[in-house]
Design a protein around this ligand. Structure first.
Ligand SMILES: C[S@@+](CC[C@H](N)C(=O)[O-])C[C@H]1O[C@@H](n2cnc3c(N)ncnc32)[C@H](O)[C@@H]1O
Length: 216
């Protein structure tokens, strides 16, 4: 049968990309720019218990590691986590811990977090409402959620053969976050990914949404 069904980018896909992930200067710069925006938007401190969801090789967390408490680096790809673990060992980053975790399939960890951030992962999670609810429940009262992802696009970023969310409409994501219990949603553009496409270079802006779990 000639299948034209779009395919998901599963853990095996990311396993196969992990070794070369940090060789891509766009990925490195994206991590630095998102880290800078989080630093400006959130009062970070060394007592903060943090979850980096869909951490990959840790390109967002490594730039922030001196400003935070413990950082749980969670990802569903063993390959990504192996690279992250090597970087942790090489840098002696005692406050960073890798963990295999897919919150859509696995039980949520028992611990609670003061800050959850996630870079370029939300579009890979099919059920946006469910993951936002889980993030909300994993945060301490007053805890902060930071989501960096693509603005709504026409599907050309990954191509029609790949089954992912085609970015996010900011107003729609804000409503979904409110439904999950978050307040104070704020958006800013933090990065632009310029990709060569048939017909020329296309820009794919990346937003940062910050939101708060009500409470303390
Ligand atoms: C585009 S990469 C981004 C990696 C990293 N955050 C960065 O900005 O370089 C998406 C990451 O999300 C992970 N991922 C995808 N679906 C996931 C899920 N359901 N649970 C946990 N991680 C997931 C992938 O393994 C991959 O490492």
């Amino acid at each position: 049968m000639n299948s034209t069904q779009p395919t998901k980018l599963d853990a095996a896909h990311f396993d196969s990309k992990a070794r070369e992930w940090d060789d891509n200067p766009v990925f490195v710069e994206r991590g630095l720019k998102i880290a800078e925006a989080i630093r400006k938007a959130v009062p970070l401190h060394r007592q903060m218990n943090v979850l980096d969801y869909g951490c990959g090789t840790g390109l967002l967390s490594f730039p922030l590691k001196e400003e935070l408490g413990t950082i749980l680096l969670a990802d569903s790809s063993d390959g990504m986590l192996a690279v992250a673990a090597e970087k942790i060992a090489a840098q002696g980053a005692a406050n960073m811990m890798p963990m295999k975790l897919d919150l859509m399939a696995d039980a949520a960890p028992a611990q609670r977090f003061d800050l959850i951030y996630s870079s370029m992962t939300l579009h890979h999670v099919p059920d946006t409402d469910a993951i936002l609810r889980i993030f909300h429940d994993l945060l301490n009262p007053g805890g902060i959620l930071c989501i960096a992802d693509l603005d709504k696009e026409d599907g050309s970023f990954h191509g029609p053969e790949i089954d992912v969310h085609h970015g996010f409409d900011r107003a729609d994501l804000s409503l979904r976050a409110a439904k999950a219990g978050f307040t104070g949603m704020r958006f800013q553009t933090v990065f632009n990914i310029a990709k060569e496409q048939p017909g020329g270079t296309r820009d794919y802006p990346v937003f940062l949404m910050t939101a708060r779990r009500a409470g303390a």
